[in-house]
Design a protein around this ligand. Structure first.
Ligand code: GDL
Length: 454
């Protein structure tokens, strides 16, 4: 790992999202990208690999073990660390020695597949224990520390240079404030886990807009070690309508000195991670100031050659506009933001006052809608398949806006609400989820108002 403060600094990707895990081909491309970007680590933790979490007690079949062996070789042949994670927290009995033996069996199987480094994850699990465990350990934190420490010692006897990572049950500031995992959870694991164990942490939130030096220093104090950042900035498993191809942002290069490393848990759709991965690698190498927008534009230029359609290449300007529509969780890119403001201004004004801006808006709308249409003819089909549901949705909304603004512009004095023959009740924004979403409206402060409230 170049340019890090310590040779043990971890920088790379965690495949740690919910949903279909990446394919072997995608992982191969990921490893090439990590190596080219001078990153050093891949953490294997796909939530919906059944044996990673739901049925963690079952050993891998010979076929599964062969696939994992090939994956490990894919990393080691490129000089990358492969870290294997297991998540037993859904139903582990902490005080049952047989459970520890099952974890040994899994790790032994992975050691013989060539894996050297491991992680034990306790995120997203029920915040309660069996009576026997409570009696044996008193707290969740003590129970988990006990299992992690025992496993770590067992592993180090077999693999003396092994890295061992631990993900706590409260893994962000908000969860810790809400005392998830019980009173003094983090202080307990900080005290009880051997100092060689790295503790994963997602920042102030699960999806942290910003991670500051002050925040991680405070966590270092509580955890009694530098936190290892599990960064969900570009994760999209929690919202199937979105993806994030904006730059790595809201963190500065100074953070590197304060953490044990950083692992990006990005979009489920591998092809959509091009810009997140490149900008992430760039900040890890950066020694000066970090300009996220400049890094984004540079990575977009690199991504552009993949946007060739059957009728020609997409322009950089169009690609930046598209990327700005799917930028980061807490913000649109500047072009999408400006487009939205103009749309909102127009639609909240009385149509009889509309002037040139309505016509100008229709031109912008058509540009973006046509771009979405053209992307259906991308030569890179996996890229199109990854984009297709989202850009279809965007296209639908733009189409409706155009129809609405056109109808209003043509008949500014009419009070009749325009209709669209292509956006009909039932098929447009229909279904239970859409109905449920209309029942509670989120406010900017995070609170909700019910449908019937004044
Ligand atoms: C989480 C999960 C992660 C998921 C992410 C985004 C951690 C430690 N765990 O809480 O698997 O992908 O949120 O939804 O982040």
């Amino acid at each position: 790992m170049v340019n890090s403060e310590s040779p043990r600094f971890i920088a790379g990707v965690v495949e740690g999202f919910y949903g279909p895990p990446w394919s072997p081909t995608e992982r191969g491309e990921l490893f090439d990208t990590l190596a080219a970007g001078e990153l050093n680590t891949y953490l294997y933790a796909p939530k919906d690999d059944l044996k990673h979490r739901a049925i963690w007690r079952e050993v891998y079949t010979a076929e599964e073990a062969a696939t994992l062996t090939a994956l490990i070789q894919g990393c080691t042949s490129r000089g990358l660390n492969f870290i294997y994670a297991v998540s037993p927290g859904l139903d582990i009995r902490y005080s049952d020695l047989a459970e520890l033996e099952r974890l040994h069996a899994r790790i032994a199987q992975m050691l013989s597949a060539g894996c050297e480094h491991f992680a034990l994850l306790f995120d997203d699990i029920p915040d309660r224990m069996h009576l026997a465990d409570r009696e044996a350990f008193g707290s969740f934190a003590a129970a988990q520390s006990h299992v992690a420490t025992a496993l770590f010692r067992w592993l180090r006897e077999r693999s003396p240079a092994a890295r061992f990572l631990f993900c706590p049950t409260p893994y962000c500031g908000r969860m810790a404030e809400r005392k998830l995992g019980g009173e003094n959870y983090l202080a307990t694991i900080g005290r009880e886990l051997p100092p060689e164990i790295d503790v994963l942490w997602t920042g102030p939130e699960i999806i942290s807009r910003e991670v500051t030096v002050e925040h991680v220093r405070e966590m270092r104090r509580v955890l009694q070690r530098k936190p290892l950042l599990w960064d969900n900035l570009h994760a999209n498993d929690y919202d199937g309508h979105r993806f994030f191809c904006g730059p790595y942002a809201g963190r500065t290069p100074e953070l590197r000195k304060e953490i044990a490393g950083v692992l990006l848990n990005p979009n489920c759709e591998f092809p959509l991670n091009f810009v997140p991965l490149r900008t992430f690698a760039a900040i890890v190498r950066e020694s000066g100031a970090w300009d996220a927008r400049a890094a984004y534009l540079a990575a977009m230029s690199e991504w552009l050659p993949r946007f060739v359609t059957v009728s020609g290449a997409v322009s950089l300007a169009d690609l930046v506009l598209l990327g700005d529509c799917y930028y980061l969780p807490h913000e649109e890119g500047p072009e999408a933001d400006a487009f939205f403001r103009r749309a909102a201004e127009l639609l909240t004004a009385v149509p009889s006052t509309w002037g040139e801006e309505a016509a100008a808006f229709l031109v912008e709308c058509a540009r973006l809608r046509e771009l979405c249409g053209r992307l259906a003819e991308l030569r890179d089909r996996p890229l199109f398949y990854a984009l297709s549901r989202r850009i279809w949705e965007l296209r639908e909304e733009l189409d409706l806006l155009e129809r609405y603004v056109t109808a209003r512009s043509e008949n500014k004095s009419s009070n009749a609400a325009p209709r669209s023959d292509f956006h009909l009740p039932g098929t447009y924004r229909g279904g239970l989820v859409a109905k449920l979403q209309r029942l509670l409206t989120p406010r900017a402060d995070g609170s909700f108002t019910p449908l019937s409230a004044p």
